[in-house]
Design a protein around this ligand. Structure first.
Ligand code: UDP
Ligand code: MG
Length: 148
């Protein structure tokens, strides 16, 4: 029994997500948190804050060579966001499925971006794209004592 629990425990994974300024401004926090819980994620960390432009640039530095970088960073600093750490099996990929394509016009029916996003930039939510990036992004926003 202990062995089984250990193995199941090892399947658990964490991902980092944000509800972006459009989702907060448009009143979607409650619906998106409900969607998260319906999908079987446990919320391990949760906070609301407004990023400075400098912090947004640090967070998105992997995209610094992309044409949308400056606009994206200004946008992400334009209003309050909700940052969260979610846990379940296969959390990183599962969350990417739940949110849908980057551009809401291409996102499948029922995905969070299809339901709530405004545009390709103001696309309601962020999700880490790998376990390694999730570790970096979680530690960017949360101290260990802020995770339950
Ligand atoms: N983005 C944008 N224009 C683009 C591509 C991306 O404004 O052509 C923004 C969008 O907010 C996206 C973020 O930059 O969520 C990061 O881009 P990425 O390609 O990593 O998309 P994601 O992983 O969020 O689907
Ligand atoms: Mg990405």
């Amino acid at each position: 029994m202990e062995m089984v629990e250990k193995r199941l425990g090892n399947l658990m994974e964490r991902t980092f997500i944000m509800l972006k300024p459009d989702a907060v401004k448009n009143g979607h926090i409650g619906n998106i948190l409900a969607h998260i819980q319906k999908e079987g994620f446990k919320i391990k960390g949760l906070k609301m804050l407004t990023l400075s432009n400098h912090d947004a640039k640090q967070f998105y530095k992997v995209h610094s060579a992309r044409p949308f970088y400056n606009d994206l960073c200004s946008y992400m600093a334009s209003g309050p966001i909700v940052a969260a750490v979610l846990e379940r099996d296969n959390a990183v990929l599962h969350w990417r499925d739940v949110i849908g394509a980057t551009d809401p016009k291409e996102a499948k029916e029922g995905t969070i971006r299809k339901l709530y996003a405004e545009s390709k930039e103001a696309n309601a939510v962020h999700g880490s794209d790998s376990v390694d990036n999730a570790d970096f992004e979680i530690s960017f926003f949360f101290k260990n004592y802020e995770l339950v």
